[in-house]
Design a binder for this molecule. Structure first.
Ligand SMILES: Cc1ncc(COP(=O)(O)O)c(C=O)c1O
Length: 514
């Protein structure tokens, strides 16, 4: 007896290969398409030009149609409905998890214990509220996977086969939902995208091979020759480099404005400005721009906003709640959380995300399924890790602020931070990075770092291991002391990215090194 049953049955037959898909639009960068997507809330993908769509112009579908093409999560996996944290557009400010099947979680008390207060989105009574703890575990997932596997499968394939030509035609005509080719979509990668969208409370998300791939694709997707981009001057230096050197070569101009300076930003906007880019909090001084005012200001001028929320995580901040159009994460950091994988995710309204996704499908920076699996697994513990990192970082910042050998500490959770009040209004936690100046020169600061026994000396942040670095000798090694000071990086500056080790152990360790 064949206890495995017929092969097709065990694998769910042809039908089980059916996964929602967003086939590539061939003329994605056509002027009409980009203009429409950037300036309309309704434009969205999608689909490869068939004779019919070509006759109609470009292959743009409106949201409802694109949604239909994509299919619900459970349908894509051939399983049952998701138990928690479905994805989708939601109104109001309480959007974590949402979805029609959502129920009140009753987790407020436990969360309060973890966060030390009731997160803002939990304090509001709406029928769809659901704790980030639940969304992180179940959000964007079907209730069951093929073979009744509990955990997400790694769908390791470069391409997807069609049973017959009629299926292929049905797919290109948008009547059949499924994958086509690995660069255009992968079920494991879509799980990452759906979970990030659920956590951020956005309509859609797209995953990339790295954080920089997400950042550069998002910017490229929204600009054209002659466009103008505004950046806050303390943006991640590779983002700045991309805009100020690479984009400049292609006729995209830019203006750098002082960190958080909204008056300077408003002045910098021109009729050609397409995009304003910022981070929150920034590196290393953790400036916090008022997203509410930024969003309103840019909306009034029909300029799109892109926030790199890597340092904040969707646990501490959901920029879409403040009217931001696009959110980017280096998933390498907190989302994956284990310092073992590179990835990036872009989240936002479906139309804009689709536009950038299609650019990704051409440029090729798509996330690998194995990396997607690691990021997806990592996100299940994101709220627990971030809560621990928030608490430990605050504790370290407070201890350092009291210490005679520390001349200054920057942590948005400290009242002494210039943007503490804004951070308190926007954020549910202040993050896991503490920046400080040691009362020492370059070598003395290095000696302090070498004296710390728990954190490892490495770039990056957001993983389970604490990492420490002296920016002067890491990101700014090639500059002289004077050149570094000109860009605001002192020799005695230290960035400490806390992991999930015990807060007492980390505090004792840093104090003994001082
Ligand atoms: C704020 C921020 N954004 C983007 C990136 C780029 O991410 P990745 O290294 O995954 O490309 C980094 C990397 O350090 C970062 O710190």
């Amino acid at each position: 007896m064949n206890c495995w049953g017929p092969v097709a049955k065990r694998w769910g037959g042809r039908a089980s290969g059916r996964i929602g898909t967003e086939p590539v639009l061939q003329n994605i960068q056509s002027e009409q398409f980009v203009e429409a997507a950037v300036h309309s809330e309704h434009y969205t993908k999608n689909k490869r030009c068939t004779p019919n769509t070509a006759r109609r112009g470009v292959g743009i579908l409106r949201d409802a149609e694109a949604q239909r093409n994509r299919g619900p999560i459970a349908e894509r996996w051939g399983g049952r409905e998701a138990a928690g944290g479905g994805r989708g557009p939601q109104s109001g400010r309480t959007r974590l998890g949402g979805g029609s099947a959502a129920r009140p979680s009753g987790n407020t008390v436990e969360l309060g214990l973890i966060w030390g207060h009731t997160p803002r989105h939990m304090a509001e009574e709406t029928p769809t509220r659901r704790s980030p703890l639940t969304v992180a575990v179940h959000g964007g997932e079907p209730r069951s996977y093929p073979h009744d596997a509990l955990t997400a499968p790694i769908v390791q394939t470069a391409t997807y086969s069609f049973a017959e030509t009629a299926e292929l035609v049905a797919y290109f005509e948008g009547r059949k939902q499924r994958e086509e080719y690995g660069r255009y979509g992968n079920p494991t990668v879509r799980l990452v995208e759906d979970k990030v969208a659920a956590l951020e409370g956005t309509e859609a998300a797209a995953a990339f091979t790295s954080g920089m791939s997400a950042v550069t694709s998002a910017i490229l997707g929204l600009v054209k020759a002659g466009s103008h981009v505004v950046l806050f001057a303390d943006c991640y230096r590779r983002t700045r480099q991309f805009v100020t050197t690479l984009l400049e070569r292609f006729g995209v101009t830019h203006t750098l404005v002082p960190p958080t300076d909204l008056a300077a930003l408003e002045q910098a906007l021109t009729p050609d400005t397409r995009l304003v880019v910022s981070e929150l909090p920034t590196n290393p001084y953790q400036t916090v721009v008022d997203l509410e005012r930024l969003g309103a200001l840019c909306r009034a001028r029909r300029v799109k906003t892109l926030i790199d929320s890597t340092f904040a995580t969707p646990i501490n901040l959901r920029p879409a709640e403040w009217g931001i159009d696009l959110i980017v994460h280096s998933a390498t950091k907190y989302l994956a959380g284990h310092n073992d994988v590179l990835g990036g995710v872009l989240a936002g309204k479906r139309g804009l995300v689709s536009l950038v996704r299609e650019l990704r499908d051409v440029v090729g920076g798509v996330l690998d399924p194995h990396a997607a699996y690691l990021i997806h697994r990592g996100m299940k513990t994101l709220p627990l890790r971030v809560a621990q990192q928030n608490a430990t970082a605050l504790r370290l910042a407070q201890a350092l602020e009291q210490h005679p050998r520390i001349s200054r500490v920057w942590y948005p959770g400290l009242e002494s931070h210039p943007h503490h009040d804004v951070a308190k209004r926007l954020m549910d936690g202040f993050g896991g990075v503490v920046t400080f100046e040691v009362d020492a020169d370059l070598d003395g600061t290095s000696a302090f770092i070498d004296g710390c026994k728990i954190p490892r000396i490495a770039p990056s942040l957001g993983g389970v291991e604490s990492l420490i670095e002296q920016p002067a000798l890491m990101s700014f090694f090639e500059l002289t002391t004077e050149q570094r000071e000109a860009v605001g990086i002192k020799d005695n500056l230290v960035r400490y990215a806390v992991g999930i080790e015990d807060a007492d152990d980390l505090t004792r360790d840093i104090l003994q090194a001082l």
